[in-house]
Design a binder for this molecule. Structure first.
Ligand code: FAD
Length: 496
């Protein structure tokens, strides 16, 4: 199809949840734009967004203790928890809008209610959990949280974890009943399937982007190769989004934009223990997060998780961190070495020097035996039997290393949008908290790259139709938070 002169050409690189979300937002906001999605694999949502490659936690900061660090004065910093809690409500609103309008295939469930529990042992951790509970429950987002130190009550919340445990052990837990397990892979495939029904949207599987260069006109020349036949292709775009997950950093480097200088990537791989015994799986219905070990990256918080995939209940424990030089699970061992360039060598070395505890933690994780892994599981589930669990490889995450004036380089655990000064190209680096906050992150991409349009009444109206709380704080507006939650839960519940 020939493109009309005024028709904008948009290129989305990668068919994970980020590109899918941005694709849906852009298609609804600019229905006339031509959107081309390029994915190197032959399947949509098959990297980090795929169900067994991530933990499927609808991160709402209900149970993730790393989102509420303790300050030096002993108080609890809940800023991140409020931000993430609110952001997940925004994601749920878009998914509910898509479902209500029959844009998402609802035959298979992609979101399920499951209690989110934080579980700790030891005097200091109990003190921390109680303070966290008090700080969070002041806000409507967390007002339904329950707290207990009672063994029998916890036994009703997570029976598997209490069986065989010494009653004298000091333990505490919080519980939020409205937690969720999300199949992000199913959402991604659902959104892209919908996009394929729209005029002007084309999905190209098996296409690997290898070069992105800005033309004198300001447009972007995107060069690629078909994976099967190695045929070279080129597309010229007005706007490019690099939503390539772990593959985003090498592509950002290829654009040569000054804003991309000084970034490096540090890959952390993950492993789960997956339960194979259906009797055991049935006895646990919660996502139970513990406290991360000292020096560990935030995404290594251990958790015993109920999962739902294609209607079937599952149970996993982990993640155990590992090290691989690959940036994608289906990537190459050359990813890390090839990403090192003169502009990021020093930030990467400095980040290494300043994160000795992390290095030590990773080495310990990599060298641990099957027995070590199992002993850790038994801290959560004392009567666990080795024959009921198998080891599975999770997705790959690339943590951002960023140039820092004082330290040379710092390791960052969040996500970061890097865009050029004209706002015609944006890349998403980093991984956490990830898919749960994908809608909020993609709204930020719109704000950075389409500032005038985002400020226009037309876009504001359209965005409010998709996300009813758009532009309003759910932290400050308790009643709106309660109403929105009830509405989205009502719509999304029909999925099960
Ligand atoms: C172990 C683990 C646990 C996690 N747990 C959770 C959780 O519980 N909750 C949560 O919200 N988030 C979680 N996350 C994070 C979440 O999975 C990610 O943030 C999210 O899936 C990232 O989506 P994406 O679209 O950016 O990347 P991806 O899903 O990885 O998609 C990127 C796509 O780009 C493609 N691509 C790469 N390079 C190229 C190229 N050159 N050309 C064409 N295509 C390319 C890839 O093949 C891939 O399909 C977890 C992640 C991991 C690894």
């Amino acid at each position: 199809m020939k493109r009309k002169k005024e028709q904008k050409q948009i290129v989305l690189i990668g068919a994970g949840i980020m590109s899918a979300t941005l694709g849906v937002l852009l298609q609804k906001l600019m229905p006339k734009a031509k959107i081309d999605i390029y994915e190197r694999l032959n399947k949509v949502g098959a990297e980090s967004s795929d169900a067994w490659n991530n933990a499927g936690t609808g991160h709402s900061a209900f149970c993730e203790l790393n989102y509420t660090p303790e300050r030096e004065d002993g108080s609890i910093d809940i800023d991140k928890a409020l931000r993430i809690g609110q952001s997940f409500e925004v994601s749920k609103q878009l998914w509910a809008y898509l479902k209500k309008n029959k844009y998402l295939d609802t035959k298979s469930a992609f979101i399920n209610d499951i209690p989110h529990i934080s579980f700790v042992w030891g005097k200091e951790n109990i003190k921390f959990l109680k303070k966290r509970y008090k700080a969070l429950t002041k806000y409507p987002l967390f007002e339904d949280m329950k707290y207990t130190e009672d063994f029998d009550e916890i036994a009703t919340w997570a029976p598997l974890m209490m069986r065989g445990r010494d009653r004298k052990e000091k333990i505490a837990a919080t519980r939020m009943d409205i937690g969720t397990d999300v199949n992000f892979g199913a959402i991604t495939r659902g959104m892209i399937a919908h996009l394929q029904t729209c005029n002007n949207v084309t999905l190209h599987l098996g296409h690997e982007i290898h070069k992105i260069k800005q033309k004198k006109s300001g447009k972007w020349k995107v060069e690629m190769e078909t994976v099967k036949d190695r045929i070279d292709k080129v597309i010229v775009a007005d706007f490019v989004f690099i939503g390539a997950g772990g593959g985003a950093l090498p592509l950002l480097e290829k654009t040569g934009i000054p804003e991309g200088r000084g970034y490096g990537g540090f890959p952390v791989s993950g492993q789960w223990l997956r339960c194979t015994n259906r009797d055991v799986i049935k006895q646990h219905e919660a996502k139970v997060y513990g406290k991360a070990a000292e020096g560990s990256p935030p995404m290594s918080v251990p958790h015993l998780d109920t999962r739902y995939m294609d209607g079937e209940q599952g149970l996993l424990f982990g993640p155990y961190a590992g090290f691989s030089t690959k940036f994608l699970k289906n990537g190459s061992y050359w990813d890390l070495p090839f990403s090192i360039e003169p502009h990021n060598i020093w930030p990467m070395l400095s980040a290494g020097i300043h994160n000795i505890k992390l290095t030590k933690y990773l080495i310990e994780q990599v060298v641990q035996s099957e027995e070590d892994r199992f002993a850790f599981l038994q801290k959560f589930y004392p009567e666990a039997k080795m024959e009921d669990w198998e080891l599975a490889i999770a997705g790959q995450r690339v943590q951002i290393i960023k140039q820092d004036k004082k330290k040379g380089g710092v390791l960052q655990f969040g996500t970061e949008i890097v865009s050029d000064k004209t706002g015609t190209l944006a890349a998403l680096l980093g991984a956490s908290p990830g898919a749960s906050t994908s809608v909020g992150i993609m709204l930020d991409v719109l704000k950075i790259c389409f500032p005038k349009k985002v400020a226009s009444e037309k876009w504001k109206k359209r965005l409010s139709e998709m996300i009813p709380s758009y532009g309003v704080s759910l932290v400050e507006h308790g009643d709106l938070c309660r109403t929105i939650r009830e509405e989205t839960s009502g719509v999304l519940k029909l999925m099960d």
